[in-house]
Design a protein around this ligand. Structure first.
Ligand code: PHE
Length: 371
């Protein structure tokens, strides 16, 4: 080439037009169309190059080729716009077809309500203790200092009261400061005050401590057990708790160990651990393995507590235990963060909640129908 654009033959223009239109027709998506537009009509494009060659033509040639090339440019431009529109329309059609709803179908059964895991665990736990002959007792969330602390042998102004991260209410006109109960143990006191032994009860409910992280929330749930008669011993406590663990975790055997501990209201006091396997991350197996899981606090009811409740410690004795219901739920159903339990996120509830139609019972299986 000598640098001067050569005049294109009419046949070449026709061939180019046919080629461009055929390739446009075959373009499968917007990116392919755009690439073709740049290739033909862009600054360095093939049609643009032909337009530039008009300047070097003779007037007679230009008269023929001018309208011809402008025609090509316009035709291609319009075809590109049309092709883009038809692709967009096809995409919309595909989407409408995919998202089509047949409004003539009968309504789908959508599970909206679900039983909260805490409620489900409470049902399970009361089924187990109910079958072992424990009666269900209740007490208020707002407690007196006497029931929550004093009667349970917490000395006045003893640091143990602060260790409970207590929420104190404002003092009333008599100067009495009520508390949000820091544990379910005040229900022990209420039961002993209203009922003579033999006593065999559990109580469940909300408890409150000023604490919040992945395993603590300011409001949580406990279950408390109390047995008082003239002969009950720590061996009975161990037997009942092992039977409970087996039933709750649905395992055939468990091994437990008691570690000495301190609670003002029991003597001796212990924490109970359960043998478990945590070697596979995210999986907990109860009853086997090399690890121990702390599960509850317990002990023999302190003579001072019996005395505060009007019972003669020379005659009566018994045991008490307490454990976290939320923790039991986390261990069995694998929810990692306790705070989510009380976040009221519907998606969480749908995932961890239980069918309202399947209430746990020992005969039908505890968690068998859950999910
Ligand atoms: N009340 C104790 C706590 O909240 C648990 C407990 C209950 C310990 C009964 C012993 C006996 O930590």
């Amino acid at each position: 080439m000598d640098g001067k654009p050569q005049s294109p033959a009419t046949a070449d223009v026709e061939a180019l037009e046919r080629d461009l239109l055929a390739r446009l027709d075959a373009a499968a998506d917007e990116a392919a169309i755009e690439a073709l537009r740049v290739e033909a009509l862009g600054k360095q494009g093939s049609v643009s190059a032909l337009m530039k060659s008009l300047g070097g033509m003779s007037p007679a040639e230009r008269q023929v080729m001018g309208p011809r090339l402008n025609g090509l440019k316009d035709k291609l431009g319009e075809a590109i716009v049309a092709k883009k529109a038809s692709l967009a329309e096809a995409a919309l059609e595909a989407r409408l077809a995919a998202e089509r709803v047949d409004v003539t179908l009968p309504p789908q059964r959508v599970r909206i309500g679900a039983i909260h895991p805490i409620s489900a665990v409470m049902e399970e736990v009361s089924a187990i203790f109910g079958q072992m002959g424990f009666a269900l007792e209740e007490g208020p969330d707002i407690e007196t200092d006497f029931h929550n602390f004093t009667a349970l042998n917490f000395p006045p102004r003893h640091p143990a009261r602060d260790m409970h991260d207590t929420f104190f209410l404002q003092a009333d006109e008599k100067g009495e400061r009520k508390v949000l109960r820091t544990h379910t143990s005040p229900v022990q006191v209420r039961t002993m005050l209203k009922q003579k032994p033999p006593i065999r009860m559990v109580c469940m409910g909300r408890t409150f401590r000023c604490d919040s992280d992945a395993t603590h929330t300011p409001m949580f749930h406990q279950i408390e057990g109390l047995v008082i008669d003239e002969t009950t011993t720590m061996a009975d406590l161990k037997g009942v708790l092992m039977a409970f663990i087996k039933a709750y975790f649905e395992v055939d055997s468990v091994e437990v160990r008691f570690r000495p501990h301190h609670f003002p209201f029991t003597e001796p006091s212990a924490e109970m651990d359960v043998r478990c396997d945590r070697s596979v991350p995210g999986q907990l197996k109860i009853g086997e393995g090399d690890d121990w899981l702390e599960i509850l606090g317990c002990g023999m009811v302190h003579p001072n507590v019996l005395r505060h409740c009007g019972l003669d410690p020379e005659r009566y004795q018994g045991y008490a235990f307490g454990m976290g219901i939320d923790r039991l739920a986390m261990l069995k159903y694998g929810a990692p963060d306790l705070r989510d339990f009380f976040g009221s996120d519907v998606r969480w509830l749908q995932h961890y909640g239980f069918s309202p139609y399947l209430l746990p019972g020992l005969a039908a299986g505890l968690s068998g129908g859950i999910g």
